[in-house]
Every structure is written in C-alpha cells, then in structure tokens.
Design a protein. Structure first.
Length: 219
C-alpha cells in the first residue's frame, strides 16, 4: 500500500529535494506540497495524505499551530516534524500538539523514508537517545511545561503502567516484549489500551504524558 505524503516547508529547495528523494522510494508517493501552515491544513483536507512532513518556522501560520489543527481535525494523517536543530524548543511543543515524531532536515534519504514508514505505521519516531535528550533539555527550563493530568494513570493496570514507562524510555514494541518476556502482540494490545484509557493519539503523546505526569523523570 502506497504511503501518501504532503511536504510543508516555506523553502522551495527543501520541498523539491524531499519530493525527489521520497518519490524515488518504493511504496511512497508525494501527493502535494504547501508553503505554510494555512495551506497545509487546506491540502490535508483536500488530499488526505497519510503523513505530513511539517516545518516549524513558516510565515502566515507556523508548523506548530498547523500541527495542532491537523491533529484536531477529522483526519488520520500523521505529522512528522522537520527541524534544523534536534533540541529546538518548538519540537517539544509540536509533540505535545500531536506530532508523531521529528526528523532533522539533514537526514539521509534512507532515514527520511524510514521515518515516513515508521510514522505511517502508527509508531513514534523517537529514538531512546533523542527522547531522553529532548525531555532532559526541557526539564531544565525555568518555566516547566504544563503538566498533564495525572488522574489517568490510576486507570492503568500495573502492567500497562510498566509498558508506558518503557515507551517513554524509547523502546519499541519488540524491545518491550523482550524486556517483559511476552509476545509482541501482547504489547501491542497493552499499548492500544493505554492510548484509549489516557485519550492519547499515539506513542509519542504517551511518552510525553509519562514525563509530564512525572511517571518517568529524566536521569
């Protein structure tokens, strides 16, 4: 099944470059481009892409506001944030707004394609080292991010809480299954139940939730 991608960036060279790279990959098709967040929202509604590659800093409407509106709309599109710096303060806000992960703009063609496939499959694109660095950086801020409502944690079973902690540490389903010595399908079931109980969109939001409720704290 072909993954349909929308590229959103105010720089033509970036859009064209990513478009060429992705169209050369099997199973991926760039179906459109947008130059700002406002146009991105319109294109998502018109084209119904599976993945939106979203720049943050753009005129008219930035990628953060666009991500928030796209996630809140009636669409299954996953947002993959593009950034120049891996500790960009807006990246954290984009993850809280519902983005499924982020990539650096200097990512290789393979990393870009793999990122699109990972996000399209419903996984979070947050490697363990990136997750820890990102959360640690924002834990140092003089004004911490708004804490998530911790009451939802009480709805989780002991095993679900354990799985949530491992998600926040950046482990994949397969890695969690190995750690807990259970089948990967069992972990997938736990993850689905966690998302439903907490009212979260995907694993990325689950990871952010775990840190913001202090269920997990940066080392």
């Amino acid at each position: 099944m072909t993954i349909r991608v929308l590229i959103v960036d105010d720089q033509m060279m970036v859009r064209e470059g990513f478009s060429v790279l992705l169209n050369a990959m099997d199973g991926i098709e760039v179906v459109g481009e947008a130059v700002d967040g406002r146009e991105a929202i319109a294109q998502v509604a018109a084209l119904r892409p599976d993945v939106v590659l979203m720049d943050i800093r753009m005129p008219v409407m930035n990628g953060l506001d666009a991500t928030r509106e796209i996630v809140a709309s009636d669409t299954d599109a996953k947002v993959l944030v593009l950034t120049t710096f891996d500790l960009d303060e807006y990246v954290y806000q984009a993850l809280r707004a519902g983005a499924s992960g982020f990539l650096l703009k200097d990512a290789s063609a393979r990393q870009l394609a793999d990122g699109v496939r990972v996000v399209a499959s419903g996984e979070a694109l947050l490697a363990p080292t990136v997750t820890k660095r990102l959360i640690l950086e924002f834990s140092k801020l003089s004004v911490p991010p708004r804490l998530a409502d911790p009451s939802g944690v009480e709805e989780l079973t002991e095993r679900e809480t354990e799985v949530l902690v491992l998600i926040a540490q950046g482990l994949s389903n397969a890695e969690i299954a190995d750690r807990l010595i259970v089948a990967e399908s069992t972990i997938k079931t736990h993850v689905s139940r966690i998302l439903v109980k907490l009212g979260l969109r995907d694993r990325t939001q689950a990871a952010v939730f775990a840190y913001e409720t202090r269920l997990v704290t940066p080392a």
